[in-house]
Write a protein that binds this ligand. Structure first.
Ligand SMILES: Nc1ncnc2c1ncn2[C@@H]1O[C@H](COP(=O)(O)OP(=O)(O)O)[C@@H](O)[C@H]1O
Ligand SMILES: [Mg+2]
Length: 285
């Protein structure tokens, strides 16, 4: 039986980092192949396992993606589990983490179809420089930095998007520019490796798509504690997890908790692909 590594139509051969997992699985003698989640003809029931990997397009079609998760997840064991994926595809989860006591970037969810007076919300929160972004997002989807003096631009952004998109409002975290963002990767619940991502000098987005840099890093104890507090809120076992942390006024805070299709930066640690392959192999029966 095949292990299906779910990917997107735009990446039929998987993203380069996920090909390291494919190779590590094949080195162990396991049969595995990329499988496009949008492919209506793929027989998921013929696979022994489905591992969601380079599905980097779901933010533009979340409902379709979740229908696939439910359908394929009923036919084959899926990791991470479907219920976790449903919860984690919408950044309302940041509010849930904060409610469970996990240090998190302060977040307001602005619901699609609502009418929001940005100035009134900012007066109420007392936030100065802020960020608006989509609640279902990858790679900075509908992300706009709104300086305290730029409320009119922010209001226009909301007026354009809010009719159809849930949006998030957060204070701008200035530590992004000086210290960057740390990503801690966990395999089977255990810490595996970490990277520090920094934005290009003229940007505040850390993604390599926008010329940000990535380097391996040893996380601090405080970063491990926050990441593990986020993990502890999830009732299900997790094959993989990535916790993105940024500096807050009193220590690291969660910017993203990625359990669906995170880039796991396998290339940055010589053992990472093997570790993940072993955890996948253990589930493939
Ligand atoms: N509140 C914020 N303050 C400062 N920078 C932010 C903030 N929110 C997002 N960013 C920048 O934009 C990037 C993308 O935002 P993020 O929340 O990670 O969404 P995604 O990666 O899913 O698009 C972050 O990595 C960071 O560089
Ligand atoms: Mg991110």
């Amino acid at each position: 039986m095949t292990i299906a590594l779910a990917t997107s139509a735009a990446l039929p051969g998987l993203a380069p980092d996920d090909r390291l997992l494919l190779r590590a699985l094949r080195v162990r003698g396991l049969v595995c192949q990329p499988a496009v989640w949008e492919d209506p003809h793929y027989d998921w029931s013929a696979a022994s396992l489905c591992v969601i990997r380079s599905a980097w397009d779901y933010a533009y079609r979340r409902q379709e993606f979740l229908r696939w998760v439910q359908r394929a997840g009923a036919e084959v064991p899926m990791w991470n589990p479907p219920a976790v994926v449903v919860w984690n595809t919408h950044k309302q989860y940041l509010v849930d983490l904060a409610a469970r006591g996990v240090p998190t970037v302060p977040t307001r969810v602005l619901g699609a179809g609502s009418r929001v007076d940005l100035g009134a919300v900012l007066d109420e929160t007392g936030w100065g420089d802020v960020v608006l972004k989509a609640a279902v997002a990858q790679t900075g989807r509908y992300l706009l930095a709104v300086p305290a003096a730029g409320r009119a631009d922010g209001q226009r952004h909301l007026d354009r998007l809010l009719p159809a998109e849930d949006m998030l409002l957060q204070p701008f975290m200035p530590g992004i520019r000086s210290e960057g963002e740390s990503s801690l990767v966990y395999v089977d619940g255990a810490f595996s490796h970490a990277v520090r991502k920094r934005p290009a000098p003229d940007d505040f987005r850390v993604h390599d798509d926008f010329d940000g840099s990535i380097e391996p890093v040893a996380p601090t104890r405080a970063e491990r504690d926050v990441a593990e507090a986020a993990l502890a809120t999830v009732d299900a076992a997790l094959l993989y997890a990535r916790v993105d942390l940024v500096p807050g006024p009193a220590g690291p805070v969660v910017m993203e908790f990625e359990l669906v299709e995170p880039d796991l930066y396998l290339a940055t640690d010589p053992q990472a692909a093997t570790r993940l392959a072993e955890a996948v192999a253990a589930r493939s029966g």
